[in-house]
Design a protein around this ligand. Structure first.
Ligand SMILES: *Cc1c(COP(=O)(O)O)cnc(C)c1O
Length: 479
């Protein structure tokens, strides 16, 4: 433990130094702390990193170029970067039981790109690839690149559909993965909302993907990775799991056995800032066969590594290896289940009828609302969520019919199951008191809504009172 006042002193001093140069930046940083302290954050992908993790990012590691890997850099003077990168990778391997960890990706999307490229480079027979493998990318001619693109053409990826909770980077058009791969997706059973593994197997047999991707941003259940691996093996696909959302539950040993992706997947990608509670960033874990290709992530796919963020990853991963992190991970799920049960008891409709991870999706059509209307009404009432598609969403990807809620952040603040029931009451109150609006021509609007300001104010006040009992960053006093 650091001394009682160390954290306050550190952040106060940092702000004083910044204020002397550009006071508006110092002001915005301080205001962000106030806003985060005051908002009831149910955004499933956000969390609060520890002061040690935050402080590890604000230093001269930011000044270093460190292209290459530990001990094999294209720049001189990387011995201290080597120390933190090796530490972060070691903590990651130990924490997840992985053969190899690559901690340079700047974000989850970047980690996925590194993984896709590694699999292509490993699996696709192409003379141009042989060249790329043999040389530093900077030595490849333009003709080499054109040859490579042609030769790689039309590889296939099978991933979870967006409306069932999949992620844009799993082969969808707005992301480069949708241009790199010919993509097909698997959805969920329309009756249960659950992944139908027989259907996944059938799609794999028909489509014969190079990569089978599992992982999600908005699926409230566990995924059986052992079964997914069997499906991948049956068609000779590489099995990749994107655990960006639930890495904290894997780290905390809530997801074990068939539900732990690491022993089953050839390659696993993640963010480090969601349930894992580290700095904003990404990471790739893989089997030994893919390690060499994965380590080429920078400069093949990534810009120069961020040594200050790798330092923070090492700190956060060290924290996640402590026994209290397992307790945290268990409380995340207990809280999500309490919140889901509280909503169900009050008549809300949840996708799959509940949750067994860190998130739940409320289907707000039963309240007569779109996701967009519900999101705004909740925000007016001091509750921060995000709208999200539900399977076969009638309102499309912009307005949507769902609200995604998650408990990693509030669990970090210390809220427990009793508080989750209060929050369920607040959410239900807002949604049941909000009415969908109409357009000037009398047709139903998907965006306009009406919520009595007195209701919004009252809920906002109650949310504030609830949060006051669970101070955020209690060791940090900026006054
Ligand atoms: C959040 C998320 C990502 C993207 O992470 P960024 O750090 O925002 O790039 C990728 N995959 C999944 C499944 C995610 O949930």
């Amino acid at each position: 433990m650091s001394s009682p006042n160390a954290e306050s002193t550190a952040f106060r001093s940092a702000l004083e130094v910044i204020r002397a140069v550009e006071p508006r930046v110092a002001g915005a940083i301080a205001a962000e702390l106030t806003d985060q302290r005051e908002s009831l954050k149910l955004i499933a992908s956000e969390n609060y990193a520890s002061p040690a993790t935050l402080l590890a990012m604000g230093n001269w590691f930011s000044d270093k170029y460190a292209e290459g890997t530990v001990g094999r850099r294209f720049y001189a003077g990387c011995q201290n970067v080597d120390t933190v990168e090796a530490l972060a990778a070691e903590h990651a391997r130990e924490l997840f039981g992985a053969a190899h960890a690559y901690v340079q990706p700047h974000s989850g999307i970047d980690a996925n790109l590194v993984a896709f490229w590694a699999v292509l480079a490993d699996r696709v027979e192409a003379p141009a690839l042989e060249k790329a493998r043999a040389r530093h990318v900077n030595d490849l001619t333009e003709a080499d690149w054109f040859a490579l693109r042609r030769e790689l053409g039309n590889q296939r990826m099978l991933g979870m559909s967006l409306d069932a909770g999949g992620h844009l980077t799993h082969g969808f058009r707005p992301n480069i993965s949708g241009k790199m791969f010919d993509q097909r997706s698997y959805g969920t059973d329309p009756r249960t909302g659950l992944i139908d593994y027989d259907k996944v197997a059938e799609a794999a047999r028909e489509f014969k993907p190079l990569i089978l991707v599992a992982g999600y941003s908005a699926y409230p259940r566990r995924v059986n990775f052992r079964m997914m691996r069997e499906i991948a093996d049956s068609v000779g696909a590489t099995f990749m799991v994107d655990m960006a959302h639930f890495a904290g539950l894997v780290a905390g040993k809530v997801l074990t056995g068939d539900f732990d992706p690491v022993p089953h997947a050839h390659i696993v990608t993640t963010t480090t800032h969601k349930s894992l509670r580290g700095p904003r960033g990404g990471m790739v874990l893989c089997q030994p066969e893919l390690a060499e290709q994965v380590d080429r992530g920078c400069p093949m796919v990534l810009g120069g590594p961020l040594p200050h963020v790798m330092a923070a990853k090492a700190v956060a991963l060290a924290e996640a290896r402590r026994p209290d992190f397992a307790d945290y991970a268990n409380r995340i799920v207990a809280n999500a289940q309490a919140l889901a049960e509280g909503l169900l008891r009050r008549g809300a409709d949840l996708v799959t009828g509940g949750t067994d991870n860190h998130l739940a999706i409320i289907d707000v059509t039963s309240y007569g609302l779109t996701g967009r209307q519900a999101e705004q009404a909740l925000l007016d009432s001091g509750i921060v969520t995000n709208r999200n598609s539900v399977p076969q969403d009638p309102n499309g990807a912009w307005y949507t019919s769902g609200i995604r809620i998650g408990t990693p952040a509030l669990t970090t603040r210390g809220l427990g199951t009793a508080e989750m029931d209060v929050i369920a009451e607040l959410i239900h109150t807002v949604l049941s008191q909000t009415n969908a609006g109409s357009n000037a021509d009398g047709t139903a609007s998907k965006a306009k809504y009406a919520l009595d300001a007195a209701v919004a104010d009252k809920v906002s006040r109650q949310a504030g009172e609830l949060l006051a009992g669970f101070p955020l960053y209690p060791t940090v006093d900026l006054t």
